[in-house]
Design a protein around this ligand. Structure first.
Ligand SMILES: [Zn+2]
Length: 431
């Protein structure tokens, strides 16, 4: 690797040694993070731990609540539903003695998705068990280990007697899995930098583009009665099932439009409409009075979220109008989460080049990139701050599934890569 001449010649071996020396502590911290269950709305305890860890390191600490009114005024905010988290955002700010380098946001989210049936897990989901070179647990991959990598990277620099020569924000956010309102709150707080790095579990590859996501809920009202009097289509669950089937047509239409998108044309089905949750009915012999379905659909980068939300709305209205029952009992559409657009990371930025050099120094290989048909908080920085927003993190698997894992050795490599990137991007000054 050809490092800028301003950096110490022995930077790579010294940092590598420091990462190794701190690695047991890093893994211990990662396990502590995983062991604090932090599903939506329950992230307080894990944020307390992050706050304590960052403040112990001498960073200037901020802990603040998400501002519901300010979010409501921002076009990129997701809807604040009853299940929205009230947990705080935690940020540790490093300010250098002399601001000679380029500023940086390092960001991670601590919210995790539900575990699914715990009985299916080989070890309990919040146990953070290590076996066969992997740590297993909900949030182990997505993305508590990545957040710990960012913290450990700064530790490694400090152990060598260095600190970033530029302002650095280390942001621990929530709501990444449901609205993106945590990262957006950090943006609204006013944190700004010249680049952002988010160590999501990307397999040590850079995310080039990702999709946006819209969440919506459709509520159906039925007329409850005994099944013996059931007329044609008065059943709210039947109405929900017909509507789900109809929405597959919208999904097909949207996927057909991928051909005009250079990065997504080659994917078979980048747009996924997920039926994520369904509820309704009370009794096998009663016609259900109510049913509701929670949907999630994705948007290609460049697609407007409000325009596509309007398309969902008119599609549903048209379908309902043609359905004898729904025409009389129109379903209610509720936006209850993400209203987020996708983004692309422009090629050739100085930040990407620096991260690429760090990756090469650690792995001996050129950094690859890939596109990801899922939501990522990087869109906040990409769309609303116009800075290079890079997702680059460890090798992990079965994210959101049973036996989610992260590869331990990958954490070592990613930590060193982040430390090298920070060194080049922010520059170094003595502690
Ligand atoms: Zn994530």
């Amino acid at each position: 690797m050809t490092l800028p001449p301003t950096l110490p010649e022995d930077l790579v071996p010294r940092l590598s040694e420091a990462v190794d020396a701190g690695f047991d502590a890093q893994i211990a911290l990662t396990r502590e993070l995983v062991r604090r269950p932090s599903q939506r709305g329950a992230e307080h305890a894990v944020q307390d731990l992050v706050f304590a860890e960052l403040s112990r390191r001498g960073l200037a600490m901020e802990r603040f609540a998400m501002d519901r009114a300010a979010l409501a005024r921002h076009p990129g905010a997701g809807a604040w539903s009853d299940s929205h988290s009230e947990a705080p955002i935690v940020t540790g700010i490093h300010r250098p003695k002399a601001e000679t380098g380029r500023s940086l946001i390092l960001q991670g989210h601590v919210d995790v998705v539900p575990t699914g049936p715990e009985a299916l897990w080989t070890s309990p989901p919040y146990e953070a068990e290590i076996r066969d070179g992997r740590m297993y647990g909900r949030g182990a991959g997505d993305m508590k280990s990545g957040l710990a990598c960012a913290i450990a990277a700064l530790d490694a620099l400090r152990a060598c007697g260095w600190q970033p020569a530029a302002t650095l924000y280390l942001e621990s956010v929530v709501e990444e899995e449901s609205t993106g309102n945590g990262a957006l709150s950090a943006h609204l707080r006013g944190y700004r930098a010249e680049a952002a790095l988010i160590p999501e579990p990307t397999g040590e590859s850079l995310v080039r583009a990702n999709t946006g996501v819209i969440w919506f809920r459709v509520e159906f009202a039925g007329i409850p009665c005994h099944v013996s009097q059931m007329g044609e289509g008065q059943n709210a669950i039947d109405a929900a099932i017909r509507t789900i089937a109809a929405l597959r047509e919208l999904e097909r239409d949207w996927n057909a439009r991928r051909v005009s998108h250079p990065r997504f044309a080659g994917l078979a089905k980048p747009i996924n409409l997920n039926v994520g949750k369904i509820e309704g009915g009370e009794w096998a012999s009663s016609v259900p009075a109510a049913a509701a379905v929670d949907f999630r659909i994705s948007l290609l980068p460049g697609w407007s979220a409000p325009e596509h939300a309007a398309e969902i709305e008119s599609f549903l209205a048209e379908f309902a109008a043609a359905d004898p029952y729904l025409a009389q009992n129109p379903p209610k559409l509720v936006w209850n989460g993400f209203m987020a657009e996708g983004y692309e990371l422009p090629e050739g930025s100085a930040a990407e080049a620096a991260l690429g050099r760090a990756h090469l120094a650690v792995t001996g290989r050129a950094m690859g990139s890939h596109i990801m048909p899922a939501y990522l908080d990087a869109r906040i920085h990409a769309l609303y701050e116009g800075i290079p927003a890079m997702n680059y993190g460890p090798v992990a698997g079965v994210l959101h599934g049973i036996d989610e894992w992260v590869e331990i050795e990958s954490l070592r490599r990613v930590t060193l890569a982040i430390a090298l990137f920070v060194a080049e991007w922010c520059g170094l000054e003595p502690v």
